[in-house]
Design a binder for this molecule. Sequence first.
Ligand code: XMP
Ligand code: MG
Length: 180
Amino acid sequence: MTKQEISIGERVFRIYLDESQIQARIRELAAEIQEQYTNTELVIVSVLNGAFMFTADLLRKLDIPCNLNFIRVSSYSGTETTGQVKTVMGIGDNIAGKHVLLIEDIVDTGITLKELLRQLEAEQPASIRVCALLVKPEKHQVPVHVHFPGFVIPDAFVVGYGLDLDGQGRNLPHIYQLKS
Ligand code: XMP
Ligand code: MG
């Protein structure tokens, strides 16, 4: 049975998107992505740690040839962005001339995405598109475009399905929203 409420430290979260809603949307996203990449070899760049679970589920539904790379960045402390994006681990493969799909868990202020795109574009890929499971348009501080958005959500902190509060909650199969 799906837990309706969970606690992490002092904070209480309520169920927001359950596993079946997430998986149904991932099937749709995979179909949309596949349509855009017929006859092209795709390089997936997944952003650790948050996108690990989404990436694993999405890739299992993608029936096209693709390479998988990970990049690791860090900007959050608790529930607030520090505004400083640190690249903790860069991608190993050469992406010059390749078609890149960047996979993010969530686009909030957009600062992380903008910095990632700047870094990846410097390597001159043939194209870059972005897929993010969650998008919070109300919180964007910089203009960013997500080509394949999973769910557009309001401004409330969420955890689960890869997303964390100070490292906790990533293992949850559902997404929970902070109770105000
Ligand atoms: P920005 O603000 O740069 O944030 O778009 C992108 C990264 O911040 C994390 N983030 C969250 N993590 N619940 C989380 O668990 C949230 O509501 C949330 N908002 C932003 C996330 O790692 C994302 O890649
Ligand atoms: Mg995170």
